[in-house]
Structures are given as structure tokens and as C-alpha cells.
Design a protein around this ligand. Sequence first.
Ligand code: HEM
Length: 477
Amino acid sequence: PSDPPMVFHWFPFIGSTVIYGMDPPKFFRENRAKYGDVFTFVLLGKKTTVAVGPAGNDFILNGKLKDVNAEEIYSVLTTPVFGRDVVYDCPNAKLMEQKKFMKIALTTEAFKTYVPIISHEVTSYYKRDSAFKGKSGIVDIPKKMAEITIFTASHALQGSLIRSKFDESLADLYHDLDMGFTSINFVLHWAPLPWNRKRDHAQRTVAKIYIDTIKERRALGDADKELDILKHLMKSEYKDGTPVPDHEIAHMMIALLMAGQHSSSSTSSWIMLHLAQYPQVVEDLYKEQIKVLGADLPPLQYEDLAKLPLHQAIVKETLRINAPIHSIMRKVKQPMPVPGTKYVIPTSHVLLSAPGVSGSDPAYFPNPEKWDPYRWLPGSPNAPLMVRSEEEEEKVDYGYGIVSKGAASPYLPFGAGRHRCIGEHFANLQLQTIIAETVRLFKLSNVDGSNNIVGTDYASLFSRPLEPAKIRWERRD
Ligand code: HEM
């Protein structure tokens, strides 16, 4: 047995931190070419072993609880932001129960109520926002998509009471909470710095808003008709019969909004930027709606989304190229032999999974660098190879419901295993609705008419388009 090869570096502690941080996907690609699918680099003094490709994804993401641990890595960042006793500030078994509670609100029945809510938020945003006044204009799209994401997600998932607070106090407080997620806080999370003081104040204030809302809604009793997550959490009990305490509900609500906000907001921005790259695709989307839903384009319903394959393909393809989570980390708890190799990963290492590497590998995606949503539709020469459909996937139950194992899959933008995303279906619904409503109203293009697109900003834990990222919109007649 031996250690995996080590990426060459000049300085101890710093190791490859800077070069990794500038462009993680490039770093993975280049070192994979040099060292193979499994290699180690030094990240802030920690030996970090990367395992890429479908087998590497499976090795880390479906690692056993006795072998790999997420909370020991993530907790320093997430606990001050979310609050105590939830997600990574509790044993994994408790997180599995909490994921089950949070997932219960993400049912088809609830989704049917979410689509009209999201449609309404999107269209009224475009109506009132000053950047969309007139017949055409130029807009810095990530700022707008961040707002649309928070309005749609908070209204659908958290109810109208919480949504109304986003017009005033909550937006700024969430911004302060966000500052806790800068990568530098992996080292400085404890420090009494201005941004950490703001983070702690915001956490207490936001938690109190949720706790007060819980009390208000309890007082409403049967008059409270909303089918959102808050309501479900208020009714949930742990296996031992304890109802979920109010402070845990509040902290889970913060966690849910934070988890969804960054990834969905970044993805919707990338979607609009790719559509502006290829204005013809916007017209194809518009035509798809006319063909399937009728020329009068009636109000969008949940059932319509499944009938719009190009809309679905836009989300899939954007997440293939621009997955917002480029690095998934685990602490190694037992020496772990890597199947099919002579390597054993010691407990002093951290494991890093980067499913984006196989997502951009020509072995699975012909012409991988091309954003080509049509590759997900039948008959495309760029069709994905060896990506299994939902039905073909092996299923597992880690305690939060039956999910696809995603074992050995080259395409895993939502992760796999016990920490897999529970927000996938909600994110798809939200993003497809935003696309559908946007192309009903606007044509999009690049300001200079080119096919260019901005680069990626990797400074925060979630990658996103570099700003400013301006595109041109033109109202349909
Ligand atoms: C976990 C991606 C939207 C809630 C994850 C993970 C990924 C991911 C890769 C696994 C992290 C790990 O293994 O360490 C995404 C993407 C999204 C998205 C690409 C949108 C495009 C959402 C939304 C919600 C959400 C909308 C909430 C409604 C969660 C939760 C976890 C998770 C609760 C579980 C964390 C754990 O078990 O450790 N997501 N997500 N996500 N996501 Fe998402």
C-alpha cells in the first residue's frame, strides 16, 4: 500500500492553495493529466486527496459513515450561519432525520402550489424592476437573478409571511449571514472580525424572526392554509417522539434558504448568460411552449414542466458546465483503500470529490466544452455516454427517503449518497419556471452580439459568474 502521488509545490502549508483557489476545475484537469484519477495536494496545510471520474465520485460520496465525515469539515463555516443543533452541528443520524422532515415539504402536492407562486414572483419582478422598463435594455443579470431566486424560494418554501419580510429587513440580514461563507472563514471563522460580528448578529435576528413567525402561525391554527416547509417542520417529530424544537426549525429554515439560494441563483444567472450567447435557443424555447401549451400561453402549471424537454435540458446542460459546487469535502476517519489501486488514504487526509471533472470529460460528453442543451434530447451527436436514467439508477435509503445511489455516475451536480441534495426537484421546478416566464416576455442576446461568456468567480464556496455580467433584453411584441 502507498500514498497517492503528491502535487508538486514550493511552500509548506500554502501548498497548492492559491493555484487551486484561482480555478479549481483547471487545477483538477491538469493534475489528473499528470498524476491520474487519484492525487493529493496541500490545501491550507491539509493533505487533500482528490479522487475523480465515476469511480472516484462513488468512492467518496458513497463512502461509509465509519470512513468519511462531512460535519467535521463543514461545521466551522455552517454552524455560525445556520445556528446550533441542525445539519452539521449534530450527529449524522439526526441530519438524516432532519433531511427527511425537510423533504416532506417537497412533494408533488406542494410543487403544484409552488409553480403559480414562482410564476407570479417572476412576472411581477420584471414588471416593477427599473432595469426592465421600456422596450429593450442592458442588465447586469446576476444581481437580478439573485433577487428573483430569493423572492421565489422564500415565497414558495417559507410562506408569504416570510416572503413579505424580504422586501425590507430580511434581505440585508441574509446578506450579512452570507459573509460567513467566504472561503477565508475556513481559517478565520472564530475571529472577532467585523464580518463575523455581523454574521452572528444576523443569525440571532433571523432565527428570532422565524421563531416569532412559528408562534404567529401556531396561533392561527386551522386558518393557516399554506403548504410550506415551515408548516411541515412545525408538525414533525423525531423517531423518539420529540417534536422538533422551535430553535431547530428556525435554524433549518436558514439552512434551507442558504443551501438553495447560492446554487439556484448562480445557475439561473448562468442560464441567462448562455441564452444570451445563443439567441436562437431562446426562440426554440418560446416555440416549444407555443407548440405544447398553445399560442395563447396560458398560466404555467406544474404538469406543464414535464412536457417541456428543451426547458429541462437547459437546466441539465448548465449544471453540467457550471455546477455551483465544485469541491465536496470529507474527513477520513479510517484508512481507506482505493478500489483497483495500491493506494490507501490515511486518516490525516481530507477527501475531495469533484463530480464536475467527469461532467466535462469527453469520454462521457462529446465536445464537453460546448454548452449544447440539445445533447440531452434524442438523436444528438453530442448525446451523453454512460449517464444512466433515473429509472436505471440503483436506489438506496440513508434514512431520509429512497434516493438514487448515483454510484459511478459521471453526472452528479446534486452529489450522491447520504449527503445528496434534497432540493434537486425544487431547484428544477424553480429554474424551469424562471426560464419559461423569461422567454415569454423577452428575447435575449449579448451586448456586442458575440457568442462570448464571462469567466467564473471561485472566490466564494459556491462558484458563480464574474461580475459585471451584462446582457441585452428586448421585449416581445
Ligand atoms: C446537498 C447541489 C439546490 C438543499 C447538496 C449537495 C450538492 C448540492 C452537490 C451535496 C453536498 C455534499 O455532499 O457535501 C445543489 C445544486 C442546487 C441545489 C446544484 C441547485 C441548482 C438546493 C435547494 C435546496 C438544497 C433549492 C433546498 C430546498 C440541500 C440540502 C443538502 C444539499 C439540505 C444536504 C446536505 C447534507 O446532507 O450534507 N446540494 N443544490 N439544495 N442541498 Fe442542494
